[in-house]
Ligand binder design. Sequence first.
Ligand SMILES: Nc1nc2c(ncn2[C@@H]2O[C@H](COP(=O)(O)OP(=O)(O)OP(=O)(O)O)[C@@H](O)[C@H]2O)c(=O)[nH]1
Ligand SMILES: [Mg+2]
Length: 413
Amino acid sequence: MFNALKKKFNSTVGKLTDKVSREAESEGLKNEDKPSEQSATLSRENKIEKISSVEDDLKEVEAEEKSKLPPSEKEKEVKSESKSFFSRFKSKESIQKDEKEVESVKPTTQDKSIEEEELDGDKSSIFSFIREKTLSEKDVEDILWELEMSLLESDVALEVAETIISSVKNDLVGKKIKRSSDVEDYTRQALKNAISTILDVESINIEHLINKKKAQGEPLIIMFVGINGTGKTTTIAKVSTYFIKKGYTPVIAASDTFRAGAIEQITHHAETIGIKIIKHKKGADPAAVAFDAVSHAKAQKKDLVLIDTAGRMQTNINLMDEMAKIKRVSRPDLIIFVGDSLTGNDAVAQAMKFNDTVNLDGIILTKAEADAKGGAALSIGYVIQKPILFLGTGQSYDDLIEFRPDWMVDQLI
Ligand SMILES: Nc1nc2c(ncn2[C@@H]2O[C@H](COP(=O)(O)OP(=O)(O)OP(=O)(O)O)[C@@H](O)[C@H]2O)c(=O)[nH]1
Ligand SMILES: [Mg+2]
């Protein structure tokens, strides 16, 4: 679910980390002359080279000094040289001592680990030359622009994409970075904050509302609206199953009296689940069916009335007016828009129109299991300022999950 969107956020984290690391490195190279830092990063080869060159210099100086000696001294020197000829036949102890000296020059395991540590240090922190870097607008600008384009490609609404980008920018600019993992951590956190803000729409607790109405001896009435084929009827069957499992008794109103086969379809679902359905003939007044279902629920002390409605294009004024009439007559407590997650921006545009006509209370997005883009899920609630309540995740009755913003944030980052 939402894999493409997730990939885009993760790639932003990766790109920004790489970019800032590279920049810090080049900034660091400019400061390369710092003596103490330079000696700290000398490699083992450099060190040996330096030591041998110092030794060579010493020998040269020694030789020079010797050449300055007066002849008599020179003779002494020759004597001592000849003496030292015998000293070439070394004692066992001195050979062992020499061997130890040679060993000490070879790289030991301990030395190796120092080298490796230096390398590891370079991997974990590219800031070996500079202490810290402050993120600037220039550092983040192009990568966030790329992210904005990717979000738009994923059908994220323009205002949502812009809000995410400016929130991330605000969070990141001015942050002090000490190691490359800081960039990663801060970027992830900034993205999480931005998405949480987008999804922060006041939600409703349907179970709480059912109980409240129950206490007044009334059923909670929910009407489902949306364009053709988004999954309204299937979702009503899923929502019934969900609340039956919680111990409530729903009744269904077959108020799609318009589409051929609609009454049969929902009757089949009601029978399979084992709940009461109130239906009239095809072509009957959908508002009257809803009214009868509410009367039945009141009389039979049912907890929940779920009203199915015919799919209608948001552009069809007559059908939109008819929907407003069902609302007036059945006086639902909640009106839920059912949108197809796969239609992205279209789902958002539909929700706006339905909201204008009947004032929605919440949203259910279907087919979310097949939605890689995630644009509708990210945008729809923010654009109409109504909460997503559930996601449909398949064709069976149990394929319904409660939508929680923190769950969505975890899915994406
Ligand atoms: N994969 C998947 N398919 C779904 C989901 N929800 C509904 N569907 C399928 O979508 C198709 C349309 O579902 P319906 O419930 O008939 O849609 P509707 O909105 O009632 O359609 P109309 O009554 O014609 O307006 C059916 O084949 C459903 O099985 C879902 O979450 N995932
Ligand atoms: Mg239907």
